[in-house]
Ligand binder design. Sequence first.
Ligand code: PRP
Length: 215
Amino acid sequence: MITIALSKGRLAEQALDLLEKAGYDVSAGREKSRKLILEDPNTGLRFILAKPADVPTYVEYGAADLGVVGKDTLLEEGRQLYEVIDLGFGKCRMCVAGPAELKGKLDTIPNKRVGTKYPNITRAYFEGVKKESVEIIKLNGSVELAPLIGLSEVIVDIVESGRTLYENGLDVLETVADISARVVVNRVSMTMKADEIKPMIAKLKEQVEIMNKEG
Ligand code: PRP
């Protein structure tokens, strides 16, 4: 039995579609209910539906053998696991954003306050990459509000279409990282369940290559 941790929401649907294209029966995973464990003993697959930020935790501890999760969560959580496939969907960018008038002037503001749901990514970027110390203010959502209301000068957040920023008079100031969905594998499962997991990785990679060719 292979246990797959899915990030509840759109990413889960896309992950199931991909597994199906790769030849797996994922009907158990599509059950519309409030159940959090969905399994079919005949297919040897068990799906668990977790909050995206918890997927790497389930996989690191071996509660799940494999997981599908955004690179943003992986960067933030910094868990010990194998990242084996870039699935190419769930694409977006992790950005520093703020009022449009700060474009090109980010480095001129001293002692910046940065609002974000991603304190580790923010610290790694400002302190690690830019060698600049900033005050990080942890938020849990609607992060764009922070510079609008004077809580912080800038934010570090996910930008997908750019619509949330645009409609709030904000703009991308710098790109921190390109994000997309990844397949991660527990380090012990990779060896102990190699007979099941390695072919699964190979089939998924094949499908991703087809998808990429199709554009
Ligand atoms: C995410 C992100 C941005 C928005 C970006 O928020 O934090 O706010 O989506 O998307 P866009 O560029 O297409 O507008 P989410 O919807 O996950 O909610 P949150 O505010 O609770 O984080």
